[in-house]
Structure formats: structure tokens, C-alpha cells
Design a protein around this ligand. Sequence first.
Ligand code: SAM
Ligand code: SF4
Length: 318
Amino acid sequence: MLIDQHNRVVNYLRVSVTERCNFRCQYCMPEKPFSWVPQENLLSYEDMFEFIKVSIDEGITKIRLTGGEPLLRAGLPNFIKMISDYSPTIDLALTTNAFLLEDVAQELKDAGLKRLNISLDSLKPEVAHHIAQKDVLKKVLRGIDKAQEIGLGIKINCVPLEDINDGEIVDLLEHCKNKGYEIRFIEYMENSHANVKSGLNSAQIQKIISQKYNITKGERVGASPSQDYFLDDGYKFGIIEPHLDDFCSDCNRLRITAEGYLIPCLYFEDALSIADAIKAKDIKKAAEILKLVLKNKPEKNKWNSEEGSDRAFYETGG
Ligand code: SAM
Ligand code: SF4
């Protein structure tokens, strides 16, 4: 079992398979980064899998594949199959913008994928276009429909932004409710790569929904980053509230970038690379680095401070 210095059990690994993306969301990657990580610096799927085996053996029970846009990297279904064959009980999920999902959803499911988190920030084509800087909505909605049709679990992620999509919070909630999946509103996390004025915090999101619905706060479930809320008819939605003081108290997550940097906290710059150890097939060393990163996991993020973060979400996978 992996336990950090603050007595938190860490059992969740988020694996970014690429930093590249086919969108340029204003809150994540507004302009093309100066240079992408060269292809040869990326860990191969085989190398990533070696590290994933170490992680599972050390106590990781939940893996989320993310990016950048993970569906851009060729060979993803086979990578999913490698992981699910190694550990059929692993809780394996994927976060995607769904633009390429329609054609590949069945293959992902057949490979062993159970669940998807999908970003959907607007139901208006022009607003979705403005946020992603590309005409995306039709294809995204088709991808989501396809995933639902074939029985993949779906949760929607939405980042409410001031004067951009904040007028659609109730519409998005009702859309997801009618479709039968959960929506999670994510508080915008300030970072130096973004290009938005500001996002809505949890209290503001709740206030908007409360103007139409009575909402009740649920119990905090396990180490989920999302706080549950309920409408009177039992519909559950979530708000991810990283600015709240107790958000990090049960954080169970580590992240690895496509280059092999192991990151203890989404906010902070510090990271250690497992790439050399894995490429040298030095499994013992990779396990040592994993434990060192665990040891350095900070107690709290600083999203409440003025500083913001230099970490790019498209690198860490969110
Ligand atoms: N491309 C995929 C997608 O958009 O779902 C996966 C990667 S994306 C970095 C993962 C999640 O991070 C998305 O749900 C996105 O909304 C969220 N995200 C990105 N930048 C963010 C920010 N500044 N604040 C809050 N959430 C952010
Ligand atoms: Fe790409 Fe996802 Fe970042 Fe949008 S949030 S730019 S889709 S990585």
C-alpha cells in the first residue's frame, strides 16, 4: 500500500499519454505551445506499461488515461488491453474531449475500458467554438451519444467561465440529467497557460442552480475530488472545489506525464522522472522513485493564493 507523509492512502494514478491536443481550450492551452515534446522523448506504451505494473504491484487500484487529448495517440485501445489483461479488476477510465470518440468507442470498450469522463463546456455551437477555438460541438455530442449507446459509463466535466458559459450551467445540468449521466462542474484553476478572465467558484455555481432547484449537499464519498450535490428528485451532480481548504485532505492521486515525469500534486512544479529507470528495465529503481515522489507529496495545493500555477493541464492531464 502507498501511504504518504500526511497519512493519505494513494491508490490512483493518472497517466497522460500525450500532451498534444486537437482543441485549444482557453482555460488550458489557448495558444499552440512553442514546441511539443519531441516524439522520441515520449515513453512508449511498453515502457508506460512497465511502470503501471510497478504501480499496481505497489498499491494503485485506479488508473485514468488522459492527456492532452488521449485519443490522438495511436494504439490506445491496445494499451488499455495491456492494462486490463494485467489487472482485470483495475478501475480503468479515460478522460477525453470526445471529438474522435464516435469511431473508436467500441474498440475502447472491447479493450476493457469501462468509464469515460468527457469535457462538455457548452451546448451552443458558437460558445463551444469560442472555448475550444474550433467548431467542435456536433462531433463531441455524437461521440458522447455513441459511448452511451454501447454502454460505457459517462460523466461530463464542465468548467464554468465568467461571461462565457456561466449562463448555461442549468441547461448543461438539465441536458445531462435528461440523458442520464452525471455532470461535474470544475472550478477553474488559475494557471499561467490559460487565457480566461475568471471562473466561477463552487458557491457561485450553487447559487445559479439554486435559483431553479432546491439542492442538498451530499456526504463526501471516499477520496473523490468531487463534492456531490442532489436535486430533490435524487439527481446527483458534482462540483470539484480545489479552492476549498479541505480539498487536499484525502487526495489519493499521483500523475505521470507522457515523458515519464511523476508528479505528486497538480499545482506544484516538482516532479521526478522514471523514464531512465524504466528504459533500463530497473524496476527496483522505478519503485524507489515512486516512493520518493509519494514522500514529497505536499499537504495542500495553493489554488487560493495569488500565485497560480505554472503547471500546464495539457501536460499533467488534469
Ligand atoms: N483533453 C481531455 C479533456 O479535455 O477532457 C483530457 C485532458 S484535460 C487537461 C482534463 C480535464 O482538465 C478536463 O476536464 C478539463 O476541463 C480540465 N481542465 C483543464 N484546464 C483546466 C483549468 N484551468 N481549470 C480546471 N480544469 C481544467
Ligand atoms: Fe485539450 Fe482537454 Fe486541454 Fe481542452 S482541456 S485543450 S481538450 S487537453
